[in-house]
Ligand binder design. Sequence first.
Ligand code: PLP
Length: 382
Amino acid sequence: MGPGPVMVEPRVYEAMRQPIVSHVDPYFFQVFEDIRALLGPVFGTRNPFRMVISGTGTSGMETAIVNFVEPGMKLAVFANGYFCDRISNIAERLGAQVVRLEKAWGETFSEEETFEFVRREKPHVVAFVQAETSTGVYTPGKTIAAAAREVDALVIGDCVTSLGGMPVNVDENGIDVAYSCSQKGLSCPPGLAPITCSPRAMERLRDRKRPAPSFYFDLKLIDDYYEGQHRYHHTAPISMFYALREALRIVDEEGLENRFRRHRQNHLAFVTGVEAMGLEMHVREPAQRLWTLHTPRVPEGISDVALRRRLLNEHGIDVLGGFGPLAGKVLRVGLMGASSTRENVLLLLEALESALRAEGFSLKASGREAAERCYAEMGWPE
Ligand code: PLP
């Protein structure tokens, strides 16, 4: 129950046992077409350009940057956590001019400061992280995209921890390039990075004078492999495509509305439970909290390492701690994909209660009981 990878759906493991075909076999391209069709609703987009990059979430990030940011271009980064720093790092290595709007870890950006920053900097591209896994903060991106449109900047959104667990709404929010991963809200093993690009982004790609500086992540070459002539570019990890197709079919069968409701209700019950015990959520504003990744604050005087050791050794539950400015201050609890269940929420709250007590914290009330009442009020299961 950490920030990912999360539990893999049994049907996904089963799908991975299917025989390997060649990466230029027509059957493989059919698998890819199925994935492309199923990715549209999950991303919330009608963009025809929907691809899968062979690699983890970072490969999606690198692909977005090396194709749409060129040396000397100005990239404006909305910086409020670790993964925003990684975006900046990749762009700086490329020789881009990176400018940042800094926020404390756990906060997001007001409309006023968003517009002021973009109008002042007039960047070619802006980048933000929709679901910051280091802090638990949700930034949908609509305001950022509206500001970017004013100066004709392209919008890159990191949707690694939102896809499959919360609304990404690529089209509605105005995100031009959105990428994600397979191992979080989609409940696959790590290894693939879904990506989608708007027609506006595709125009920029076509207008590039020089080829992207990375062969492996060159979207024009990758597009030529999956589309067009199916010209060999690299050997696609076939089993992972079987896995992703099955995971997306599971999302489709559950229905996005139901899936989002499940994540939201488990999120609310978990928050109710930790607050009842006397803990605080690091992200103060409820509407800015992710439904997939939770950051309850570790109480003063309690060691997060000792707490997590008890959870793991005594209860078999793995959650992670904070890092950077949040080291020792928060737990990072993932409730996403197949891991987002009522059973897991109640199990974790009970284990947390016992671990906190053993570490000398006096609980205000039972978290598990509060969560059970919350489920009853929400009418779970419907
Ligand atoms: N972006 C965000 C928001 C993430 O949480 C992560 C990983 O957790 C990444 C990017 C990088 O993904 P990966 O570790 O799969 O390469």
